[in-house]
Design a protein around this ligand. Structure first.
Ligand SMILES: Cc1ncc(COP(=O)(O)O)c(C=O)c1O
Length: 392
């Protein structure tokens, strides 16, 4: 039995998971199951917990304006080893989670009236924040039907005002893992039109069926023009610790650091030490989680496909299933409402993730097979009640 099944079986039941994850379960009654918020049901690695205690005991909780050296060094080493990105310390910025990196990118690099091409479906702040942060405009460009990049459509959307092309790879919500070849084509377009690329790579460790994650910044001449965001919130089960890092060229990092210092001075010293421990000591944990989720994914998708009217593709990465329910519901928001009410299972509606998400719902499967089985059975029963009707 895999480590994750063991841990959750021995130490955690669903009640415990719910008690410790109030936001994931907010508004659900005691029977509810949340496959909504993108958060792991697993405990963070023990090495990270030990590091946090060690940091407290040894007084490492003071200002460290230049970034915690152990973290910068661990990030540099991991970038070289895993992402094939050769970055200096001055090109790495500790951030308070992935969201901080999205905000900084749009705050520092956009002016009112600028445009950002966002490949959708995507994590909502990636297309929502340009306007909210800088009065810039997001131009949503849908992926192809298989959720891979539509390079022609991206190139057609480029105008004088476009500054950045934004992607999320592996993709939340579709689970698509972009191939090196398609990223090379995107890189050619960015270079030809002299654009920056923003790449959210929070799910870099979760790729399946032998797929390898490629960072677009590792491709020829792309490091200078790419801002890549990584965080510990998803795969290490550390969502409340608010820690991640960003890689970009020195000038951009300098500006972002100055901007962040006005808001939060710097991400917590203890969090940075915890993140260093995750990078240095927890490869085993990430690999165990990945291989566990790989098997949950197959199990979950095959169960979903047994429900008449549900079409679920095997996600290539991440911990999301993104089934198409358009045969059963004319509006995916109604599908999510129906499942929460009738099945007591929370899922997110696909259209919230922008163009191309319509008709789908997102289901987070970073939990035990037991919870997945219970949720799928309830979904099955609730959808059977619909009969041949097509709702809302
Ligand atoms: C693709 C993506 N980017 C960023 C975030 C925000 O993550 P964090 O909690 O690290 O700020 C999320 C959270 O769901 C996400 O899925």
């Amino acid at each position: 039995m895999n480590k994750f099944e063991n841990e959750i079986k021995d130490n955690l039941d669903l009640k415990d998971v719910k008690n410790k994850r109030p936001s994931k379960y907010a508004g659900l009654d005691s029977e509810g199951i949340s496959l909504g918020l993108a958060e792991s049901d697993f405990e963070m690695p023990k090495e990270v917990k030990e590091q946090i205690i060690d940091a407290v005991v040894n007084g490492r909780y003071h200002y460290e304006f230049e970034g915690v050296p152990e973290f910068l060094e661990a990030a540099k080493e991991k970038l070289r080893r895993f992402n094939n990105i050769d970055a200096e310390e001055k090109e790495i910025l500790p951030i308070a989670g992935g969201m901080n990196g999205i905000w900084l990118t749009y705050k520092v690099l956009l002016r009112p009236g600028d445009r950002v091409i966002v490949v959708t479906p995507n994590y909502p702040p990636i297309f929502g924040h340009p306007k909210e942060v800088s009065q810039a405009e997001a131009v949503e460009v849908k992926t192809k039907n298989d959720f891979h990049l539509d390079i022609d459509a991206i190139e057609k959307a480029i105008s004088e005002k476009v500054r950045i092309i934004s992607i999320c790879n592996p993709n939340n919500p579709s689970g698509a893992v972009y191939t090196k070849e398609e990223l090379e084509q995107l890189a050619d377009v960015a270079q030809k039109h002299n654009l920056l690329v923003f790449s959210d790579e929070l799910y870099e460790n979760l790729t399946y069926d032998g797929r390898k994650h490629t960072s677009i910044a590792s491709l020829d001449s792309m490091q200078e023009r790419t801002i890549t965001v990584f965080a510990f919130t998803k795969t290490y089960g550390m969502s409340g610790l608010r820690i991640g890092y960003l890689v970009a060229n020195k000038e951009i990092v300098e500006k972002m650091k100055a901007e962040n210092s006005r808001v939060l001075i710097h991400p917590g010293t203890i969090e940075q030490l915890a993140a260093a421990a995750a990078l240095k000591k927890c490869n085993y944990y990430v690999e165990a989680l990945r291989s566990y989720l790989e098997s949950v994914r197959k199990h979950f998708i095959s169960k979903l496909n047994q429900i008449s009217g549900v079409k679920a593709a095997l996600p290539e990465g991440t911990f999301f299933a993104f089934p198409d329910l358009s045969f059963l519901f004319t509006d995916d928001r109604k599908a999510a409402e129906y499942l929460e009410k009738e099945a007591k299972v929370r899922v997110y509606s696909g259209s919230g993730f922008g163009r191309g998400g319509e008709g789908h719902v997102r289901m987070n499967f970073c939990t035990t097979k037991k919870v997945i089985d219970e949720a799928t059975e309830r979904i099955h029963r609730a959808l059977m009640l619909l009969g041949p009707r097509r709702l809302g």
